[in-house]
Design a protein around this ligand. Structure first.
Ligand SMILES: [Zn+2]
Length: 342
């Protein structure tokens, strides 16, 4: 058990077990979880017909949230949101984002995605994914086992951690989810972290499962995470991988691009940069989940998410994709860099 992470085949087998395109099949999984019926453009009615962009009074401009450089050339507009790539750090990001009050309101009430996460086929995959992350983090931790899960959603990760004898606290801004978490007996923080009084060094693990891509100022939460972690603590992050093969093939057709919600698209290099800038050193950086079904569908001229195209070529294996950091999600495990002595 202790050395499984050093065995490439064992590690790949564990990752493949929660890769829905391999286990269930892409089209089947998207139907079973309700993804095919989800409304994807909640802000489409606010597009200004003269510019093709979301109305200016509802948005605000921003520079690269990783390095501060002004927006580079645009890549594409999707659903009224302009996506650009930073010339300095390679981050792909939405340069005109919804105003903060509109975003906060959206997250307080958003339910469509929460319902997908509650579906059983999704849960079956997520539990294995959460277990993988927790086992990986446990290898590097000794001593106390107390974690904060930021953006805890339906609480499935927190419950898994509690089953494994962790003291686990949730942070969740969605009101309905937060109420559900409390009902399950989970301690939940319903305010942004910077507004909560948490003593420095309170946690040995901070987790963010698909959170960083949603945040207007991702550095703020990393600052807080750094502050509330023990010096020997760990940060575990999962984000969509903008450098994945599926994203490189599909561009704006990729479901990962939805500018009202996914504001930042990291690749291995920009994720490393923001973590190191915010005082973390990376222990593990890898990809999980291939989206091989969508890749094969695209290469077979079918709908990426609902097609049933055969395997395009046998060289496209999960092993090949993950060895080259081409999987669809990036998983990073990082530790606070030692503080400089005064
Ligand atoms: Zn940048």
């Amino acid at each position: 058990m202790l050395e499984w992470h050093k065995d490439a085949q064992l590690r790949l087998d564990r990752k493949n077990a929660f890769d829905a395109s391999l286990v269930v099949g892409t089209a089947q999984f998207n139907r079973d979880t309700g993804r095919d019926r989800m409304a994807r453009q909640p802000f489409a009615k606010f597009i200004d017909p003269t510019t093709g962009l979301i109305r200016l009074d509802m948005t605000r401009a921003r520079n690269c949230p990783v390095c501060g450089a002004p927006p580079g050339p645009g890549l594409f507009v999707k659903d009224g949101f302009r996506h650009v790539r930073c010339q300095e750090c390679e981050l792909i990001y939405v340069s005109l984002i919804l105003r903060e009050d509109i975003l906060i309101q959206y997250w307080r009430e958003e339910m469509a995605w929460k319902n997908i996460l509650k579906s059983q086929p999704q849960l079956d995959m997520d539990i294995l994914k959460f277990g993988y992350g927790l086992d990986l983090a446990s290898i590097y931790l000794n001593g106390s086992r107390d974690l904060l899960d930021i953006g805890a959603g339906n609480g499935d990760f927190v419950l898994l951690a509690q089953e494994r004898d962790w003291r686990a606290v949730a942070m969740e801004l969605n009101l309905e989810s937060a109420a559900q978490l409390e009902k399950s007996g989970i301690q939940v923080i319903v305010k942004p972290l910077e507004l909560v009084d948490i003593a420095p060094g309170s946690f040995s693990l901070v987790t963010m499962w698909e959170v960083l891509e949603h945040l207007t100022e991702p550095k703020n939460i990393l600052y807080e995470a750094r502050r509330i972690l023990h010096d020997e603590g760990l940060l575990l992050i999962l984000v969509p991988n903008a450098g994945s093969l599926v994203t490189r093939l599909l561009h704006e057709r990729s479901d990962t691009f939805g500018g009202h919600s996914h504001l930042n698209h990291f690749n291995p290099s920009s994720l490393r940069k923001i973590l190191e800038t915010m005082g973390f050193e990376i222990l593990e950086m890898e990809t999980v989940i291939t989206e091989l079904g969508a890749i094969n569908n695209h290469l077979g001229f079918e709908d990426p998410y609902l097609g049933e195209a055969p395997v395009f070529h046998p060289f496209l294996t999960p092993g090949f994709l993950h060895e080259n950091l081409l999987g669809s999600r990036l998983l990073a495990l990082a530790r606070p860099t030692p503080r400089a002595q005064p």
